[in-house]
Design a protein around this ligand. Structure first.
Ligand SMILES: Cc1cc2nc3c(=O)[nH]c(=O)nc-3n(C[C@H](O)[C@H](O)[C@H](O)COP(=O)(O)OP(=O)(O)OC[C@H]3O[C@@H](n4cnc5c(N)ncnc54)[C@H](O)[C@@H]3O)c2cc1C
Length: 154
């Protein structure tokens, strides 16, 4: 189903409702409108859709900032090129999987790297400290940070 943004722009969208954008992240027919991050359906050099993950969103944000500066300076804009630095996913209390292309890791070492990388990418000491406390609390108390409420008990 098309997202509200896609409907409003009368733009094409993929099955996930992401707005289809050109190589420079502009919406067809709207040269001053860019769509980035999870809301953008854009393909990488190999013709695969760029995944909906935080590094991709950050790279798109930087690219659009550069494109707008190029537009203002009257220069030609460059197409967006996604750089895949690898994948990390936590799969348990002390386990994760890591795929850095040249090598893969799993279990506790991958979990440690997952934690360090996630803390490292947070902005500011306060955020890092709060998240570390939160994780520590969840780890030692076996509490989950989020709960899904799926129905009422009436
Ligand atoms: C549970 C979960 C776990 C994830 N884990 C990972 C992970 O481990 N690694 C990873 O790389 N990615 C992960 N992701 C994906 C990652 O969070 C997204 O790819 C990334 O946040 C996309 O960035 P974005 O800027 O496109 O959107 P968002 O980060 O969602 O930012 C959109 C912002 O727009 C705001 N907003 C929405 N509507 C409006 C409005 N109408 N007006 C004003 N503001 C509005 C929202 O409040 C939000 O702050 C995870 C996602 C989820 C849901």
């Amino acid at each position: 189903m098309a997202s509200p943004a896609a409907k409003w722009l009368k733009a094409k969208s993929d099955r996930a409702g992401r707005v289809e954008v050109g190589g420079d992240l502009r919406v067809a027919g709207h040269p001053n409108v860019f769509v980035i991050g999870d809301t953008a359906a854009v393909k990488d050099g190999a013709g695969r859709f760029v995944p909906g993950i935080a590094p991709a969103a950050k790279q798109m944000g930087k690219h659009v900032a550069r494109t707008i500066l190029s537009d203002i300076a009257g220069r030609t804009s460059m197409p967006f090129v996604y750089k895949d630095y690898g994948s990390l996913a936590t799969i348990g209390r002390k386990a994760a999987v890591a795929d850095f292309g040249r090598f893969t890791l799993s279990g506790f070492p991958a979990w440690l790297i997952w934690g360090i990388v996630h803390l490292g990418f947070l902005i500011g000491f306060r955020n890092r400290f709060t998240v570390m406390l939160d994780w520590g609390w969840a780890y030692f108390t076996h509490n989950r940070g989020a709960r899904l409420i799926t129905g009422s008990e009436m």
